[in-house]
Design a protein around this ligand. Structure first.
Ligand SMILES: Cc1cc2nc3c(=O)[nH]c(=O)nc-3n(C[C@H](O)[C@H](O)[C@H](O)COP(=O)(O)OP(=O)(O)OC[C@H]3O[C@@H](n4cnc5c(N)ncnc54)[C@H](O)[C@@H]3O)c2cc1C
Length: 397
């Protein structure tokens, strides 16, 4: 892989490749059944993958964003759903290290458990009537002050990836008495937390992105981790949310798996009408060339952006890269969708058969379009930047 910089990257990628090949054995079954990838996650936790971005002082590998993306891209070759679950966890863990958004004792305890394979975090922000939380809508989930201190949370969070396995659930809720939005830490097993097994999708079927139902769930005062005005960013986002690049890395991994399969196929498949492999046919070679262009652009944009992010010396400098981060997500996920499309055109009709790997890659890769930041938000941001403040959108006039 062109993006490997040194021996530490090489060692990491080689390790993750062995993990991915283990995951690949069960990935298709989970997809077919539409069940949560529980054994895959248990396996990854048992080998220490959940400690990848945990700082070294807490016993983790202390990987930066660049290395997180290298790992996630490789892992997704084996099982995209399992990679997505781990991506949320590892990304949030990294951003907490950068921002110090959690009180140290809570973060330290979480990190040590993650290294031991006992803790997994995800943020559950999406709700049935608010759409993507990245658009800034106020949560319908309510936090009401409990008489003796702390809060009671009531509401529903949809699309909660990894919900059967996550132990640390980050829940946004509207705190009416102060007209603010709070981010609360809800622990697995807390009274009043229930899972509605609602996840039945065409893509990322094993990701367990079910609905978390909260019914008067008590949260102690110290687990209110942030409180901001509606629409404002939390301390956890003060690093510009570079960690969200785990998303395009995962979808690029899917596309690269499709690409590897297709190149191998083109070299071996020799229909008797041709008498030689289809890799010799000009239109196939042209499509492979187009695949390589998409791949090269996607990898360059993704890793160059990650490098700039890691090199940015302050949170402010990282935040200043927000638009570049969004651009990278846009470019890479759209390239990944095009790559799988090209791969299917090369392989031909059999690529749509349920038994064919490209059929699964095709479904999985589309999910990237619906992870944040969404394309429409990115395009608006970039247009705003290009046009300058003096030209407002029609709606705002
Ligand atoms: C595989 C997968 C895993 C996910 N995991 C998680 C998770 O772990 N945690 C989590 O919180 N979420 C998760 N999500 C949910 C994701 O973050 C989004 O909330 C979800 O996909 C809906 O996004 P959306 O943009 O399609 O929906 P909406 O925001 O409802 O948008 C729907 C449509 O309406 C338009 N629209 C809506 N509001 C506006 C507006 N204000 N201005 C302009 N246009 C608007 C959009 O452009 C879009 O076309 C996951 C999604 C996927 C696909």
């Amino acid at each position: 892989m062109a993006q490997i910089r040194h021996a530490a990257d090489e060692e990491l990628v080689t390790w993750v490749e062995t993990l991915a090949s283990k995951l690949a054995i069960r990935a298709e079954r989970y997809d077919r059944e539409g069940t949560f990838v529980s054994e895959q996650i248990t396996y990854l936790q048992s080998v220490g993958y959940a400690g990848l971005t945990v700082p070294k002082i807490y016993g983790g590998r202390g990987c930066d964003l660049y290395q997180l993306l290298l790992a996630q891209e490789r892992l997704a070759h084996g099982d995209p759903s399992a990679a997505l679950v781990m991506g949320w966890h590892l990304g949030i863990t990294l951003s907490l290290a950068l921002t110090g958004a959690w009180p140290e004792p809570i973060y330290a305890e979480f990190c040590r458990s993650a290294v031991q394979g006992k803790a997994l975090v995800n943020a559950c922000g999406t709700e049935p009537d608010s759409g993507s939380p990245s658009r800034g809508g106020r949560p319908s989930t309510l936090a009401v002050r409990a008489p003796g201190g702390g809060y009671h949370l009531t509401g529903k969070k949809t699309w909660a990836t990894g919900s059967p396995a996550i132990t640390h659930i980050l829940v946004t809720a509207y705190v009416e008495d102060v007209d603010c939005v709070g981010e609360f830490l809800v622990r697995k097993g807390a009274a009043g937390v229930q899972l509605e097994h609602s996840w039945d999708s065409m893509a990322m079927r094993g990701s367990g992105s079910h609905t978390v139902v909260l019914d008067h769930v008590f949260v102690p005062e110290e687990h209110l981790l942030d409180l901001v005005a509606p629409g404002q960013k939390t301390a956890r986002s003060s690093d510009g949310s570079g960690w969200l690049l785990h998303i395009p890395a995962t979808y690029l991994g899917i596309a690269n798996a499709a690409r590897d399969y297709t190149i191998d196929f083109a070299k071996k498949y020799a229909p008797n009408s041709l008498g030689q492999p289809i890799a010799t046919v000009p239109h196939v070679r042209e499509k492979i060339g187009q695949l390589e262009v998409q791949r090269g652009i996607a990898e360059s944009v993704l890793f160059a952006t990650a490098r700039r992010y890691d090199d940015a010396p302050t949170l402010e400098a990282k935040r200043a890269l927000r638009e570049e981060l969004a651009l990278a997500k846009y470019a890479v996920t759209n390239a990944a969708v095009s790559m799988v499309d090209l791969a299917m055109r090369i392989v031909g009709g059999q690529s749509i058969l349920r038994s064919h790997p490209l059929e699964r890659y095709y479904r999985d890769v589309r999910a990237g379009l619906h992870n944040p930041p969404m394309d429409d938000v990115t395009l608006r941001q970039l247009a705003d930047r290009a046009l300058g403040k003096e030209v407002a959108t029609k709606k705002e006039r």
